[in-house]
Ligand binder design. Structure first.
Ligand code: AMP
Ligand code: GLY
Length: 418
């Protein structure tokens, strides 16, 4: 098979590593990729969200399967364009990607499918929204309805914070059109977990679960990031609980999407809160998480390529997929300044030494080659991952790997999985 993988982060590097091991792979192209992925395939200088150029390239290169990593090309309709061109794409259509692109759409689907989720209301105008939060009181959660680069959710601990968030999003339009409407919902209390599954129409096959560490600072302090590290599986959420959650949180959604005429084919990422009253849906993403994917994929014990092809073609019911029952962890090394303006250009050494630690893999994200030297070129730069029989061992191995990396501007959390 000739495959085009789309994206350039650690998640895509981990996907590329799996795809490159497939006996069914004939050629792997990666757009735009990063230097860490260069040994695994041919890097193509097309941006991940330039869907027209991606499809033109796929046609020209007679690609059999497109594998989208991030959400941007999906929300921009990459899958629909691929299907028009007769090319299989392992991601949801633009219509089904609304599960990530619109919070109110997700809440509508969850309600229609009977999926437990926080009680909610949608508002387009500030006055009624303000009146609503004054009636309800804090804590309360305010969300920009559209895609806001992970910054559109405000968990307001006080009424003042909630009011400020409403004005900020609806009146001042800080998130532009993504904030043309908001969802206000009940604040859920509990431990968060992320559940991942391959889905195709009515079929869902469990991938696994992970826990992300979103804040930049140790002890979950400071601003939110794309994710600073993940552990898999999360404590108290074993395979049986994950299968149960798939029945409650994912399969009814798939049935509802089929009923609406917009079936979902791709990887679903369900963000769940384990509350005292059982798991509740926080949100869906229509792709793998980053850095959750890295922690999950290093335990993959089957060929990923036929599974992705099957889900793209609606034949997932025949697919077999196995993960080892090890524990795994991913630790993000980011550039000083992230999630604000990261320091770029610093030389990075020691990746081979890190990977010499048993069970350790290093995936690249914001890296570039300058005069043959690997340098930092973005916010999240490396993900150091490890697997082992126990979570404690995996954690120790991963931090041993981190210690082998020489990079002056690198920052990371020392408390991933503690
Ligand atoms: P998102 O940016 O959509 O990934 O959401 C950011 C985070 O906001 C989630 O990971 C949760 O920690 C938090 N969150 C979202 N909705 C709720 C809710 N209803 N109650 C409590 N926390 C929430
Ligand atoms: N790590 C969270 C995400 O990928 O959305």
């Amino acid at each position: 098979m000739r495959v085009l993988l789309v994206g350039s982060g650690g998640r895509e590097h981990a996907l590329a590593a799996c795809l490159s091991r497939s006996p069914e792979l004939e050629a792997l192209f990666i757009a735009p990729g990063n230097p860490g992925m260069a040994p695994l395939g041919t890097l193509v200088p097309i941006a991940a969200d330039d869907v027209a150029a991606l499809v033109a390239f796929a046609k020209e290169q007679r690609i059999d399967l497109v594998v989208p990593g991030p959400e941007a090309p999906l929300v921009a309709g990459l899958t629909d364009l691929c299907i028009e061109a007769g090319i299989a794409c392992a991601g949801p259509s633009q219509a089904a990607s609304a599960l990530e692109g619109s919070k109110s759409f997700t809440k509508d689907v969850a309600d229609a499918a009977g999926i437990p989720t926080a009680r909610w209301e949608r508002f387009e105008e500030a006055e009624p929204a303000l009146a609503f939060v004054r009636r309800r009181g804090a804590p309360i959660v305010i969300k920009a309805d559209g895609l806001a680069a992970g910054k559109g959710v405000i968990v307001a601990q006080t009424l003042e914070e909630a009011e400020a968030a409403i004005i900020d999003i609806l009146t001042d339009r800080s998130f532009g059109e993504a904030g043309a409407s908001i969802v206000i919902e009940e604040c859920l209390v509990g431990q968060e977990v992320s559940l991942f599954a391959f889905c195709s129409d009515s079929e869902a096959v469990l991938i696994g679960a992970a826990r992300d560490h979103k804040r930049i600072g140790e002890g979950d302090t400071g601003p939110n990031t794309g994710g600073m590290g993940a552990i898999s599986p999360p404590p108290h959420f074993d395979r049986e609980a994950q299968e149960q959650a798939l029945d409650i949180m994912v399969r009814p959604m798939l049935a509802e999407m089929v009923r609406r005429g917009t079936p979902f084919r791709g990887i679903i990422f369900a963000g769940l809160m384990l509350t005292d009253a059982g798991p509740k849906l926080i949100e869906y993403n229509v792709r793998f998480g980053d850095p959750e994917a890295q922690a999950l994929l290093i335990r993959l014990d089957s060929d990923l390529l036929p599974v992705l092809k099957a889900l793209a073609e609606g034949r997932l019911d025949n697919a077999s997929i196995r993960f080892t029952d090890e524990a795994s962890i991913s630790i993000v090394l980011a550039a000083r300044g992230y999630p604000g303006t990261p320091v770029k250009g610093g030389a990075i050494r020691g990746i081979e030494r890190a990977e010499a630690v048993p069970g350790v893999s290093v995936f690249q994200a914001g890296t570039a080659l300058r005069d043959g030297v690997l340098v930092a070129s973005g916010g999240r730069v490396l993900t150091v991952c490890a697997k082992a029989e126990t979570a404690v061992q995996a954690r120790a191995r991963a931090y041993e790997g981190v210690a082998a990396i020489e990079w002056e501007d690198g920052i990371f959390r020392r408390d991933i999985g503690l």
